[in-house]
Design a protein around this ligand. Structure first.
Ligand SMILES: [Zn+2]
Length: 408
């Protein structure tokens, strides 16, 4: 089960439908497969309703309840990268046709019956229609939109049941104006193009990554998944392979219809590539040569922990590396002082949450992390900071054999 470095990564699609794809990804490592899963779930832009103005609401549901439901309705977001701007990148003050889609819903019940308000009642307002308050020229995005861009998924398609928003009786009415915007699911789950993304690997559990709980017979109580047919069944007396690595991943990606499964996976790979390219650029670029960076114009490079690099001297209150005494950062402070940081402090007392190996180290120092002195809170590891690797404190590369703490 060893990864053969000579083999190229490969993808074999087992099933492709309108809203789901099942494929086998081979010859990559577990970290890559998981990165793809996470990027697909959290980093692909779509459009979703982000603001709702209530004109009339005499239904039994309060405004915020309905606003939340409207936000969760998937909208067609094909080619979202090019077809719409983020509002933060737009020149308008609040919303315009280049960065927003406007939808209206106006339903009243005048008969003596219960009436369903569904996603089919949501209508996209054409450009320049009701409600657009700002005069902004069309951007190049407009031409790249498909005809049904921003419409609720499955709208007026008889084969797709509409999404129920609310039920009303005679005399009740709901009239709202919605502004849909572009976003990603890291900000709010309504922007996720996927309803489920999962992968399985090592269905026979040769690598012992899974510990099964069972009463009498493990094989009866934990039947094999269908993916087990793709791999050789291990013999009962087969010795454990200490060098084994997972290399075959059975992916299942299910979308909510805002994007097709193919677009989701391809965009996911592109996004992953972009993230890695930015990381490489960040590591290669000289921090003193800020003009080459571009980006958001902040002119500061992220450090490994995601905070901006300290300009000079005593530093930041971020998660980054602390290079001088006494900071309040979460990072590593190699010098004296200790301060009130969450990171590791190699000397002195302080109330750091990380590892503390210096003279002030004692349980009363108040640290959450490891303490080298006898009687410390945690023996041999478990800090949040980045301490001495030998004692295994910190967030970075813990030694799994002695690690007892919060390391991730
Ligand atoms: Zn705009």
């Amino acid at each position: 089960m060893q990864v053969n470095d000579l083999l190229e990564p490969s993808v074999r699609i087992r099933e492709l439908k309108k809203d789901r794809v099942n494929f086998v990804l081979e010859n990559v490592d577990l970290g890559f497969a998981n990165s793809l899963r996470r990027v697909v779930m959290a980093d692909i832009p779509t459009v979703a309703i982000d603001m709702v103005e209530f004109d009339t609401n005499t239904t039994v549901l309060p405004d915020e309840f309905i606003a939340h439901r409207l936000g969760m309705i998937p909208l067609v977001s094909t080619n979202c990268d090019e077809a719409i701007r983020y509002s933060r990148d737009c020149t308008c003050l609040e919303s315009c046709q280049n960065c927003s889609i406007e939808l209206v819903l106006n339903v009243a019940c005048n008969e003596n019956r219960t009436m369903d308000i569904t996603s089919n009642h949501l209508d996209v307002v054409p450009r320049g229609g009701y409600g657009w308050r700002e005069e902004v020229d069309d951007g190049e995005e407009i031409a790249k939109r498909s005809e049904n861009f921003g419409h609720p998924v499955g709208n007026n398609d008889p084969s797709v049941p509409p999404i129920l928003i609310c039920k009303i009786r005679k005399g009740q009415q709901l009239r709202v104006r919605c502004i849909a915007k572009k976003g990603i699911a890291k900000e709010h789950a309504k922007w996720s193009p996927c309803s489920a993304v999962s992968f399985e690997y090592d269905p026979h559990n040769r690598l012992r990554h899974t510990t099964y709980w069972y009463e009498a017979d493990i094989k009866k109580e934990w039947p094999l998944s269908a993916n087990a047919e793709e791999e050789e069944t291990p013999r009962d007396d087969e010795p454990f392979d200490y060098n084994g690595k997972p290399q075959k991943f059975y992916f299942e990606v299910e979308t909510d219809g805002s994007l097709g499964p193919q677009e989701v996976v391809m965009k996911g790979l592109t996004e992953l590539q972009t993230k890695l390219a930015n990381l490489i650029l960040g590591l290669k670029t000289d921090p003193n040569d800020l003009d080459t960076l571009g980006g958001d114009g902040s002119g500061q490079l992220p450090t490994a922990n995601g905070t901006v690099a300290p300009p000079t001297g005593r530093t930041t209150t971020g998660w980054g590396q602390e290079t001088s005494p006494g900071g309040a950062g979460w990072g590593n402070s190699p010098n004296t002082g200790g301060g009130g940081g969450w990171g590791a402090s190699t000397t002195g007392g302080g109330s750091a949450w990380g590892g503390n190996s210096g003279s002030g180290a004692s349980p009363s120092a108040g640290g959450w992390g490891a303490n080298a002195a006898p009687g410390a809170w945690v023996a041999g590891g478990g800090g949040w900071g980045t301490g001495s690797p030998a004692r295994n404190t910190g967030w970075s590369s813990p030694n799994p054999q002695t690690q007892t703490g919060w390391n991730v």
